[in-house]
Ligand binder design. Structure first.
Ligand code: IMP
Length: 189
């Protein structure tokens, strides 16, 4: 039997042809997600914000975030892709599942797993502009500060991380590794 995803040691995992080392533990991630949830609860007190979850990668983060939040929220999903199976962003954003939501007058929070160059987020904010929202904020679990190409960073950031490829907690390498509870970083060959 050939494994596509294989735990090598407690702190190492192989996905397809690549080996990744643990970078953020499950406990670190969960603690930070709770802090982010508290921050959003305070920011949107008395309101019911509409979360736009950017698939596929953000589904794990979004699920933990809404469970940790005290506020009731609306949930909407959009699927965009820019990565393909490579580790470099293609630069081309494709909307694969469109947004089917009435956002007029709503407080919107875009939920991202990772912001790398920022192209996806920039494209999303521009695309949402026609929806006549009351406000739009962005929350991302991970932010690759050195890869980011825009002036204004996401509003709420879980962890600023170096410009290395990571998997786990929803993030994939060639569709593998999304179910890992920790976040793993590519090991240099
Ligand atoms: P951006 O448009 O360059 O900011 O890239 C955003 C998208 O690229 C994310 O939503 C992810 O799907 C993907 N991405 C960027 N960096 C990584 C990574 O280190 N691991 C897995 N996916 C990544």
């Amino acid at each position: 039997m050939r494994f596509q995803s294989l735990i090598l040691r407690m702190d190492e995992v192989q996905i397809n042809d690549k080996v990744f080392g643990e970078y953020l533990s499950e406990e670190e991630i969960q603690a930070r997600v709770k802090e982010l949830a508290r921050e959003l609860d305070v920011l949107f007190r008395g309101k019911r914000p509409a979360l736009i979850v950017v698939l596929k990668g953000s589904f794990v983060f979004a699920a933990d975030l809404v469970k940790a939040m005290e506020l009731d929220v609306e949930l909407h999903f959009i699927r965009v892709s820019s990565y393909g199976n490579e580790m470099e962003s293609s630069g081309q954003i494709n909307e694969l599942i469109g947004l089917d939501a009435d956002l007029e007058g709503k407080e919107v929070i875009i939920v991202e797993d990772i912001v790398d160059t920022g192209r996806t987020l920039d494209w999303l904010i521009k695309t949402l502009d026609s929806y006549k929202m009351a406000s739009v904020r962005t929350v991302t679990l991970l932010f690759k500060e050195d890869a980011y190409k825009y002036e204004i960073p996401p509003d709420i950031i879980g962890f600023s991380i170096p410009n290395h490829f990571v998997v786990g907690y929803g993030l994939d390498y060639a569709e593998g590794g999304r179910g890992l509870r920790a976040i793993y970083q590519l090991k240099e060959e």
